[in-house]
Each structure stands twice: as structure tokens, then as C-alpha cells.
Ligand binder design. Structure first.
Ligand code: AMP
Length: 299
């Protein structure tokens, strides 16, 4: 099958209670594609400025990521700054500079239009819709979002939601979008708005997956030292969709396995700043962690 990921490629400044990193490479598209690259050969759509490091693009290519859909524009790359408190589940966005994203009109290259799986990672819902309109009969469409768009572009967001199969969101976003405080009721309310599956990410508390006739949950991989939580959600989606793409089928069983691979990839992402952990990650480590994870949830 084939997986197309539309998302941001970014510079992030990140502050944790112990350390601060300035302008390291991140972005929803970067994290997601890297995580997915351990399962399949993802194709990415996005935009960067001329300041984006060529070395990172080479690293992506070495990982088998297709960058035909990434435009390099005069100007500065998207920038995001965030701060985490002692609780890594809570973060504050300090600054967002759209830069080259400001007037980005995403285009799916011809070779991407027949993708089997299309993932609309966290970007402006208007851009997500533009991409969706260019895809030709994808077998599966998934989307993610953040609080910013729920607050500022709610209508556009609900319009995209109507057309997707899988909606990834964290617990706060799900509650904010539906006005429900109970997660199951919130998830059910979202299922009525279009998607077949709602995947609720709960940070260190794991994930809850709701389908039309089933609900299941997984804990997060137990991790004592969280170095940088940025990108955990995107890597979850990357592992999840990469695994589905590799399996070539979407049913209850493959969705469960996808959630386990998503959790494993997220657990690697948070062990180091930015994309660093993926530079030294081995396939064998993924398999080993999956086994540990299986034991954890068996009873
Ligand atoms: P996550 O921690 O999985 O929610 O993803 C964090 C990534 O999302 C960071 O690398 C940011 O660069 C990126 N990001 C944050 N805000 C936005 C936004 N408004 N649009 C696109 N990407 C964003």
C-alpha cells in the first residue's frame, strides 16, 4: 500500500524543567514520517524555508521517505516554541510563527494522488481540506489536530472530520470539541460526526480506541525518564498508520496492532530531544519493546 503524510516541518524551541533546546528540527510531518519509515516508505507533503538543514532532508531520504511533495520556499521555516512543566502531559505554546506556511497552497504530486492511506497531520484545517480534495479515492483518511484549530477554526475542522475514517486527538481536545467531560461519551459524539474510529491519546495514561461497535484501550509503554514529550502524538500516528500500511488491511485486529506499534514509536520519541532518538533506533529495538508491551497487557 502507500502512505501520504501532510504536516509541518519545523524548527522547535523546547523548554523542559531540566533543559532548553533552541531551534531544533521538529514538526508534525517530520515526526510522523520518521516513525512511519520503520514500517513503510511514507511520502510527505509540506513546506520548508531555505534555512531548513539539507542534512535533515538527507536523513529523511536515507530512511526511505519520499520528499517529492516538500516545497523549499524563499523565507523562514515554520517555528514553534513550547514549554513543559513537571507534568510532561501539560505544555504551553509560547510562540507560533507560520513563516513559509503563511501562504502555502499544498499540492499533491501526481505520484501521491492515488495513495491508499492519507494522513492529515496537525496543520490548518483549510489546508487539510485542500489536500483531501486532491486525493483520488484513498482507502483510508486519518487526521489529527490541536487546541489552536478547535478554538479558531472549529467549523472548518468539523467539515474535514466529516470526511475522515480515523480521528486522532488527545483527551483534552476530544472534550473541548464535544463539550463532554466523559471520554466515552465524547468519543461516541465524535463517531457521530463522521469517523469510523476515534483514537484518544492520553499521554502517559495510554490510548483509548473507539469504533462503532467496539472500545479498547492500551496503557502507555512504561517510561521513567521523559526527556522531551514533543512529537509523541505524531509518532503514535506514524507508527499506527505505518503498521496499517504494512498490513494492507483495516479491521479490528489490525487496528489493535497499529495502536500497539503507535505506542511503541511514541515511547521512543520522548527518550531524546527532537528527532534524535530515531537516528540511532534499530528495528530490533522496536520488536523487543513490542514484546515487553505484550507482556504488560496480557492477563
Ligand atoms: P505533538 O507533540 O505530537 O503534538 O507535536 C508537536 C509538533 O507539532 C512540533 O514539532 C511542532 O512543530 C508542531 N506544531 C505545533 N503547532 C503547530 C501548528 N499550529 N501547525 C503545525 N504544526 C505545529
Amino acid at each position: 500500500m502507500s502512505l501520504v503524510i501532510v504536516g509541518s516541518l519545523a524548527f522547535d524551541s523546547i523548554e523542559t524543567p531540566r533543559e532548553r533546546r533552541e531551534r531544533i528540527v521538529g514538526g508534525s510531518g517530520s515526526y510522523c514520517a520518521l516513525a512511519a519509515s520503520f514500517f513503510t516508505r511514507p511520502k510527505v507533503v509540506g513546506v520548508v524555508g531555505r534555512d531548513f538543514p539539507e542534512e535533515t532532508l538527507s536523513f529523511f531520504r536515507r530512511r526511505g521517505i519520499d520528499l517529492k511533495g516538500v516545497e523549499v520556499k524563499p523565507g523562514k521555516t515554520f517555528f514553534w516554541e513550547g514549554r513543559y512543566g513537571e507534568d510532561p502531559n501539560l505544555r504551553t505554546t509560547l510562540r507560533t510563527e507560520l513563516n513559509v506556511f503563511q501562504d502555502f497552497r499544498p499540492r499533491l504530486p501526481e505520484s501521491y494522488r492515488r495513495a491508499d492511506i492519507l494522513f492529515l497531520a496537525n496543520i490548518d484545517p483549510d489546508l487539510q481540506e485542500e489536500i483531501l480534495n486532491q486525493a483520488k479515492n484513498p482507502r483510508l483518511v486519518a487526521m489529527d489536530t490541536i487546541e489552536l484549530w478547535i478554538k479558531t477554526k472549529r467549523r472548518a475542522l468539523l467539515e474535514v472530520l466529516r470526511r475522515v475514517d480515523i480521528f486522532f486527538a488527545n483527551d483534552q481536545e476530544v472534550k473541548m470539541l464535544t463539550g463532554e467531560v466523559n471520554l466515552i461519551r465524547a468519543g461516541r459524539a465524535l463517531l457521530e460526526k463522521g469517523p469510523r474510529w476515534v483514537v484518544v491519546k492520553k499521554g502517559e495514561h495510554g490510548v483509548l480506541v473507539l469504533g462503532r461497535d467496539q472500545v479498547f484501550g492500551l496503557p502507555a509503554n512504561p517510561t521513567e525518564a521523559v526527556t522531551d514529550p514533543t512529537g509523541a502524538g505524531d509518532c503514535f500516528a506514524g507508527g499506527f498508520l505505518g503498521s496499517l500500511d504494512r498490513e494492507s488491511r483495516v479491521d479490528g485486529r489490525s487496528i489493535r496492532r497499529a495502536a500497539a506499534f503507535g505506542s511503541v514509536m511514541a515511547s521512543f520519541a520522548i527518550e531524546d530531544f527532537g528527532l534524535e532518538r530515531f537516528r540511532r533506533l534499530k528495528r530490533k529495538e522496536i520488536e523487543e519493546r513490542l514484546l515487553v508491551f505484550k507482556k504488560l497487557v496480557r492477563f
